[in-house]
Design a protein around this ligand. Structure first.
Ligand code: ADP
Length: 244
């Protein structure tokens, strides 16, 4: 099966700090890949280098067979990116933000259909800042899907959501996966990772400390639960409910 995302020997330093250190991974078509690790582990830097919004010091990246720095325009017609919330204008109506986003692409999806599919078509005339957390996250997914992408990058999509809203987002992502879309996500919710991800990589100080499936992670650890295994790999074992 074809590698939709392929990253080889990616490294990026900020001064003396090695944020990403010789990191290689690949994601096959229609798979969900989870990039995990504590805050500061290097997840965002990896995604930025993969997307070409940060310049890597070394390494080779290809998305859909293209180099994101060289084939920028062509590639971003086919890639959906969910930016962190702060990158969005809040004083704009939902429908207007969708139209503005659609105007950036040659063959955008029908925004109204997408809003309807994600249950927020009644919010088209509401300001983005007036949406609830769950509605905002659904809007962010809509925005990422406007280019009709083959691959989407989702950075901590469900952070800040309540359990119900989080599960709604999971269902949406499962549908995208069923449509054959390749997904790279970051998450701090291990239940989410277990539910959605075909493969994961756990980063620690810019280096992968585990790469494989959730069940392989559990098997390679002394624990039975994935969350415990994850903490074991990141050396944040929980004893008596306290992170050491
Ligand atoms: P994560 O997304 O896993 O939280 P980041 O990729 O944001 O990790 O950060 C990795 C490391 O690089 C951290 O130590 C962070 O402080 C540092 N870092 C990130 N961005 C910059 C930057 N623009 N300048 C200097 N250091 C940075």
């Amino acid at each position: 099966m074809e590698d939709v995302i392929k990253v080889e020997h990616l490294s990026k330093s900020y001064g003396n700090l090695k944020a990403v250190d010789d990191f290689s991974f690949s994601v096959k078509r229609g798979k969900v890949f989870g990039l995990l690790g504590a805050n500061g582990a290097g997840k965002s830097t990896t995604i930025e280098c993969v997307l070409g919004t940060q310049k890597a010091d070394s390494g080779v990246v290809s998305i859909l067979g293209m180099n994101p720095t060289i084939h920028r325009r062509e590639l971003f017609e086919q890639v959906g990116v969910q930016f962190q919330e702060t990158n969005y204008q809040e004083n704009i109506k939902v429908g207007e933000l969708c139209e503005v986003t659609a105007s950036l692409y040659r063959n955008p999806e029908d925004c109204n259909k997408l809003l309807k599919r994600f249950g927020i078509s009644d919010k088209a005339n509401v300001l983005v800042k007036e949406l609830s957390g769950g509605e905002k996250q659904r809007l962010f997914i809509v925005l990422a899907l406007i280019p009709s992408p083959k691959v989407v990058f989702l950075d901590e999509l469900t952070t800040g959501l309540d359990a119900r809203a989080r599960r709604d987002v999971w269902q949406i992502l499962a549908k995208l996966k069923a449509d054959g879309i390749t997904i790279l996500l970051t998450s701090h919710f291990m239940e989410e990772v277990e539910t959605l991800c075909d493969e994961i990589c756990i980063l620690k100080k810019g280096k992968p400390v585990f790469y494989g499936t959730v069940s392989e992670a559990v098997n390679q650890s002394p624990h039975n639960k994935f969350e415990d295994a994850y903490l074991w790999f990141t050396d944040e074992e929980v004893v008596n409910n306290e992170i050491l």
